[in-house]
Design a protein around this ligand. Structure first.
Ligand code: ZN
Length: 326
C-alpha cells in the first residue's frame, strides 16, 4: 500500500463544520457521487458557480473503478481547479457506504476527509461495535464519520436490499452515544436507484415519513441527519433517455418539494447519485442519436458535463439551499 496521505494536504476539510453551519442555517449540504473525470469536474464547477460547500463522495466500487491512487490525485486536482476558478469553497472527500473497517481505514489513510461506515444490515450491537471501531481510528486523524440505522431498499452499487426498514427512533440516542459518530443516515422511505417508488403513471409518489424524522429530531436535537437515495430522478432526463433508445420504465424519485422540506429540518446532508448518472446518460444518448457520425468523446462527454453543471446549480440553488453558503 502507498504511503499515507493526510486529507488536509490534498486541500479537503472534514464534514463537521459544514454540518453545523447547515443545521444553523436551515439548509443541506449536497453530497454528489462521482466515478469519472467529467462528473467530478461538473460537480466542482457547479458548486463553485453557485458558491456551495460540497461533499464529493464515492462508494467502494467507484474507488475500484477509478483506482484509489488515480482518484486521490484527480480529487486533489479539482480542489486546485476550484481555487483557480475563484471559488474557495469547502470540499470534503467522503467514502459512501463503507462496508468494512479495512475499507474505511484505507480511505482515511489515502486522503479521505470523511467516511461512512454502513453496518445497518447488522443487528444493532454489531453495527454499533463496527461503527465505534471506525470512529476510534477516524478521530485520531480528525476525519468525520457517518453511521446508519435502518435499511434503505434498492440497489446502489454493491449496496442492495429487497425491503426497507425504517429507522427506529428509540434506537438513535444509544447508537449516537455508543459510537460517537458525527452524523447519522436514516431510513424514512427513500430508496437507492432510479426506481424509488412503485407508482402507476400519473400517480403521486408517497410522502417521506417526516413523522419518523421528527421523532428522531426530538431525541437527538441538533444532530446531523443524512438522507440517502435522495435523487429526484429528474423526469426530463428519464424522458430523454427513453426517447433516444433507452429503457427506464416507471423510474421515479423523491419530489423537490419533499427534499426542500427535508433540507429545512435536521437533514444536513443529501445524497445524490442517480440524478448525476441520468443527466450524463440522457445527454450522451441524445448526441449519439442525433449525430451518429460523431466519435470524439469530447463531443458527447463535454456537453454531458455542461448539462450536469446546470443540474448541480439548480439543486444547490432551488432545492437544498446550499448556494451562496460558501
Ligand atoms: Zn446510500
Amino acid at each position: 500500500m502507498a504511503t499515507q496521505t493526510r486529507y488536509t494536504d490534498l486541500g479537503f476539510v472534514n464534514a463537521r463544520e459544514m454540518f453545523r453551519k447547515a443545521i444553523d442555517g436551515g439548509y443541506a449540504i449536497p453530497a454528489y457521487n462521482f466515478n469519472n473525470m467529467e462528473q467530478l469536474e461538473a460537480i466542482i464547477i457547479g458548486c463553485v458557480e453557485s458558491r456551495s460547500p460540497v461533499i464529493l463522495q464515492c462508494s467502494g466500487s467507484a474507488i475500484k473503478y477509478m483506482n484509489q491512487t488515480f482518484l486521490k490525485y484527480m480529487a486533489m486536482g479539482v480542489v486546485q481547479m476550484a481555487k483557480e476558478l475563484g471559488g474557495n469553497i469547502p470540499i470534503a472527500l467522503h467514502l459512501d457506504h463503507g462496508d468494512s473497517f479495512d475499507l474505511a481505514k484505507t480511505c482515511i489513510d489515502q486522503g479521505f476527509s470523511s467516511v461512512m461506515i454502513d453496518g445497518s444490515h447488522h443487528p444493532f450491537e454489531e453495527n454499533a461495535k463496527l461503527t465505534r471501531q471506525v470512529v476510534t481510528y477516524a478521530r485520531s486523524r480528525d476525519v468525520s464519520v457517518e453511521g446508519e440505522l435502518g435499511v434503505l431498499a434498492g440497489i446502489e452499487d454493491k449496496v442492495a436490499s429487497e425491503v426497507s426498514h425504517y429507522t427506529r427512533p428509540e434506537e438513535v440516542e444509544a447508537f449516537v452515544e455508543k459510537t460517537g459518530v458525527d452524523s447519522l443516515a436514516i431510513s424514512i422511505g427513500t430508496s437507492h436507484g432510479a426506481y424509488k417508488f412503485k407508482v402507476k403513471p400519473g400517480e403521486e409518489t408517497p410522502p417521506l415519513r417526516f413523522d419518523i424524522l421528527e421523532e428522531i429530531e426530538k431525541r437527538i436535537p441538533g444532530f446531523p441527519i443524512v438522507l440517502h437515495g435522495a435523487s429526484t430522478v429528474v423526469p426530463k432526463y428519464v424522458e430523454m433517455i427513453n426517447r433516444f433508445g433507452g429503457k427506464l420504465d416507471n423510474a421515479v424519485g423523491v419530489s423537490e418539494e419533499q427534499l426542500r422540506r427535508a433540507a429545512h429540518s435536521a437533514v444536513c446532508k443529501v445524497n445524490i447519485d442517480s440524478d448525476t448518472r441520468l443527466a450524463m446518460t440522457a445527454t450522451v444518448r441524445k448526441i449519439l442519436a442525433e449525430k451518429p457520425e460523431e466519435f470524439d468523446p469530447r463531443k458527447y462527454l463535454g456537453p454531458a458535463r455542461d448539462e450536469l453543471v446546470g443540474m448541480i446549480k439548480h439543486k444547490n440553488e432551488s432545492v437544498l439551499g446550499s448556494a451562496g453558503k460558501a
